[in-house]
Write a protein that binds this ligand. Structure first.
Ligand SMILES: Cc1cc2nc3c(=O)[nH]c(=O)nc-3n(C[C@H](O)[C@H](O)[C@H](O)COP(=O)(O)O)c2cc1C
Ligand code: SF4
Ligand code: SF4
Length: 261
């Protein structure tokens, strides 16, 4: 198959998923068209033909699933027997049903998922876990995964000649639930620059008081913590330190990317 256009659709609040899918797309090679669905639904439906386009979808793992907003956005992405690659990025605990959820969604929307991968990124709630990841070794594995995808595409006469991999995960998927770990701002250091207000995927931070958070909207994605230029936003909850220590002790053993063809 001669693939010229690689559409890359990703949800990535703290940018680890984006880093991985960009590396994969670069290794496949072609004209890369990015669709960032972190902060908004696509402006219009994304419809890809099976002729010379392919799709890579990347989403982080939130409690064993993909974020609800990512699932909503993926409803707007349609293929026509178009080759697709499913990618999830998780914080070194587990990815449970998230990769399967992406694959099922894509196949249900007219794509043919011929490759899938679960990669590891720094845990955005407990950042001592998988700190610094994806690192150089992860990027090498992402590139090798992309090259293998490119080879499979080049060798296939058409989409139907591509494989249909089994990926890890169970149906019904784990029940989705929120994590009550919402960051807030420190009034002593906040300059009201509004970066967090602008970039919060959930619209949970108000312009009038950027140090507070609407906990009914917040998805605990950690983006405000990483984008605040003054380090003002953090999880200041009393229960956080103990939870972080326990989680870090339980899930620090390094996990490695897994790929499925
Ligand atoms: C609400 C929430 C739930 C999470 N649940 C999991 C999980 O079930 N397993 C895991 O290993 N990491 C989990 N993580 C960590 C993220 O999957 C990880 O940090 C990922 O790299 C974030 O991707 P991003 O940088 O593209 O936003 C969770 C993070 C959040 C915000
Ligand atoms: S307020 Fe919540 S949803 Fe908004 S960026 Fe911060 S962690 Fe994410
Ligand atoms: S990004 Fe930081 S400094 Fe800017 S408004 Fe938000 S909390 Fe304040």
């Amino acid at each position: 198959m001669n693939i010229t256009d690689i559409h890359v659709v990703y949800f990535s609040a703290t940018y680890t998923t984006r880093t991985i899918v960009r590396e994969i797309a670069k290794a496949i090679g072609g004209n890369i068209i990015e669709h960032d669905i972190t902060n908004a639904l696509p402006e219009s439906e994304i419809r890809l033909s099976g002729d010379n386009s392919m799709l890579i979808v990347g989403a982080p793992v939130y409690v064993g699933r993909i974020p609800e907003a990512a699932a909503e956005a993926l409803k707007m992405v349609h293929g026509n027997n178009t080759p697709a690659v499913a990618v999830c990025v998780y914080g070194n605990r587990d990815y449970d049903d998230a990769l399967l959820e992406i694959k099922d969604t894509l196949n249900g929307n007219g794509f043919h998922t011929f490759a899938a991968g679960a990669f590891i990124g720094r845990h955005c709630i407990f950042p001592k876990v998988a700190e610094g990841r994806p690192d150089a070794a992860d990027l090498e594995k992402a590139a090798a995964f992309g090259k293998r995808c490119a080879q499979l595409l080049a060798d296939a006469a058409g989409t139907d000649a591509l494989g249909n991999p089994e990926v890890k995960g169970n149906r019904p998927y784990r029940e989705a639930h929120k994590v009550p770990m919402c960051p807030t701002g420190d009034k002593n250091t906040c300059t009201k620059c509004m970066t967090c207000v602008r970039l919060c995927p959930a619209g949970a931070i108000s312009e009038s008081d950027p140090c507070s958070t609407d906990t009914s909207k917040c998805i605990a994605c950690g983006r405000c913590v990483v984008v605040c230029p003054h380090g003002s936003r953090a999880i200041y909850l009393p229960a956080y330190a103990e939870a972080a220590a326990k989680f870090t002790a339980a899930f620090s053993a390094r996990r490695e990317p897994e790929t499925f063809f």
